[in-house]
Ligand binder design. Structure first.
Ligand SMILES: Cc1cc2nc3c(=O)[nH]c(=O)nc-3n(C[C@H](O)[C@H](O)[C@H](O)COP(=O)(O)OP(=O)(O)OC[C@H]3O[C@@H](n4cnc5c(N)ncnc54)[C@H](O)[C@@H]3O)c2cc1C
Ligand SMILES: CC(C)=CCC/C(C)=C/CC/C(C)=C/CSC[C@H](N)C(=O)O
Length: 477
């Protein structure tokens, strides 16, 4: 039996988490509920583009795994198009020399990998596939409408104690225990962690596996920019965008049109210099809760809502159109240098995490040099690059743009994930980033929060935190 739907729902943050939450809430609660989506910056959040000479390039979340089924579904439902992220050849630089270089010949590549690392890259691939296989169970659970009240319970339902264990151990410990060599870890695994999460192998094992899955083939992006998914979901969900900054959330008793006193949440926000407020039945917070990133204060809650102190990793994306100084990495001159991505090992003397040629958001094939003066390169670094550093990397350049980010959590296992249920009808999505930050993780958290809010509103406790779902659903066709 269903209770009357809520009158009003607020979502704070119009990134992929907030906009997909709006989409799923609309599906569950129907057309009559009013959904307000608060955004103080741009729709898309950490999905954003930067412009170089009139062309747009992904500056934040850029690649999507072929098995990220929510993202795939959004693109299909919204009538968007995909482009393949063609990688080109990759090399690994240790500060002195290239310790590994891919070849364009598949067979030569295999021989090189086996020569350097035995069968460890194959074993690594199998380790990641096994985790991904279990991870994919979430789609089945969510398509049957099951929800979880904590990130730990969600992960446990997918991979049992193994997944929870991965949150509590570093990737390094996990892979050392599995028998991977120091050489393979420092020359292959550490560089992948640096390009994806700007961190070392001391991250938790789960985000390590997510990061390593980005080495799979078939990565893709959305034509026109990944942020189009967010604007598309906002429109499809028929939500109302409020371009303002939420400052406070407070629980208050209100008398509704029915005449009954009801507990509601007052959301107090600022538009320019004006402060306004509105009342909601349900509130979803879809932005990392810490002072630096969202600065939301919870007023007069009993018991009080804890302060969140998750430290987010500072990363800078720099786009440069220019001619690479290939001799910095190898003795070969530029016309003989065929690498399009250079990853780096964990060496504190290095001032970049990675550098690679990028395609614009409309280019479906291999990127082309914009003029005779070179490709557009994307560099990830911990700090803003100085002019001297740029001149070390490039023989010449004619354009550079930068975007600093508080990009993803600084992972430090054991991880204790923040609660999803902050209060009776107040939900938090970004706690899932403590396991791994990725577009698909935010979409999964959004679907889960929408289902959780719906079942708790209607008192469907049997749809929340069901144990042994995998076994139960196995028999259901
Ligand atoms: C450089 C970089 C590269 C990445 N690469 C990839 C990748 O290749 N693949 C991948 O899957 N993931 C990648 N990620 C991770 C991915 O981008 C994020 O996990 C995802 O976009 C997070 O989405 P979100 O909606 O949860 O949060 P956000 O995108 O951060 O959205 C939160 C929104 O809330 C708004 N907000 C905050 N506070 C308030 C307030 N008080 N009032 C109103 N609005 C507020 C913010 O302005 C923001 O728009 C990358 C991230 C970065 C930074
Ligand atoms: C959630 C699952 C199962 C898979 C996601 C795999 C994936 C695409 C991980 C990438 C995560 C990430 C934070 C990448 C950042 S850098 C991306 C890229 N190399 C770039 O150059 O922009």
């Amino acid at each position: 039996e269903l209770r009357a739907p809520p009158d009003k729902i607020a979502i704070i943050g119009a990134g992929i988490g907030g906009t997909s939450a709006a989409y799923y809430l609309r599906q569950k609660f129907g057309k009559d509920v009013k959904i307000d989506l608060f955004e103080r910056g741009e729709v898309g959040g950490r999905l954003a583009t930067m412009t170089v000479r009139g062309q747009e390039y992904e500056a934040g979340g850029s690649v999507i795994h072929p098995l990220n089924l929510h993202m795939k579904r959004f693109v299909k439902d919204l009538g968007l198009f995909t482009i393949q992220s063609s990688g080109g050849l990759m090399g690994v630089y240790n500060g002195e020399t290239l310790v590994f270089e891919e070849s364009s010949w598949f067979i030569i590549n295999m021989i090189k990998l086996i020569w350097h690392y035995g069968f460890q890259s194959l074993r690594m691939h199998m380790w990641v596939e096994d985790i991904l296989d279990k991870f994919m169970r979430i789609y089945r659970y969510q398509s049957h409408d099951y929800a979880f009240s904590s990130v730990e319970k969600l992960l446990h339902s997918l991979g049992g104690d193994e997944f929870l264990g991965m949150l509590n151990r570093t990737l390094l410990e996990t892979l050392q225990k599995a028998g991977f060599s120091e050489k393979f870890l420092s020359e292959i695994v550490a560089p992948v962690m640096r390009v994806n999460y700007g961190q070392s192998m001391n991250v938790n094992g789960f985000v390590g596996a997510v990061s390593l899955s980005s080495a799979d083939s078939g990565l893709w992006a959305v034509e026109g920019g990944n942020k189009l998914v967010c604007s598309g979901l906002l429109q499809a969900s028929k939500s109302n965008l409020v371009s303002g900054s939420v400052m406070y959330i407070e629980e208050k008793t209100r008398t509704k049109h029915t005449g009954n006193p009801t507990k509601m949440y007052e959301v107090i926000y600022q538009i320019g210099s004006e402060t306004r407020s509105d009342f909601y039945d349900i509130v979803l917070v879809a932005t990392p809760l810490n002072r630096k990133m969202s600065n939301i204060t919870f007023l007069n809650f009993d018991p009080p809502i804890e302060e969140f102190h998750q430290y987010y990793q500072h990363i800078v994306t720099t786009l440069i159109k220019g001619q690479l100084n290939s001799t910095l990495f190898s003795s070969r001159a530029l016309d003989k240098f065929d690498l399009s991505t250079i990853l780096t090992t964990d060496n504190s003397d290095l001032f970049i995490n990675s550098i690679g040629i990028v395609s614009s958001v409309t280019e479906s094939d291999n990127p082309q040099p914009l003029t005779d003066r070179g490709y557009v390169w994307k560099i990830f670094s911990q700090e803003i690059l100085t002019k001297e550093q740029i001149l070390k990397l490039f023989l010449s350049y004619d354009y550079a743009v930068k975007q600093p980010w508080l990009a993803y959590p600084h992972y430090k296992p054991p991880e204790k994930c923040p609660s999803i249920i902050l209060h009776d009808r107040l939900y938090y999505l970004n706690g899932i980033e403590c396991a791994a930050s990725a577009m698909e993780m935010s979409a999964i958290a959004a679907h889960n929060a929408a289902l959780l809010a719906y079942h708790r509103w209607n008192g469907h406790t049997d749809m929340i935190d069901q144990e042994d779902l995998y076994e139960k659903l196995k028999t259901e066709l």
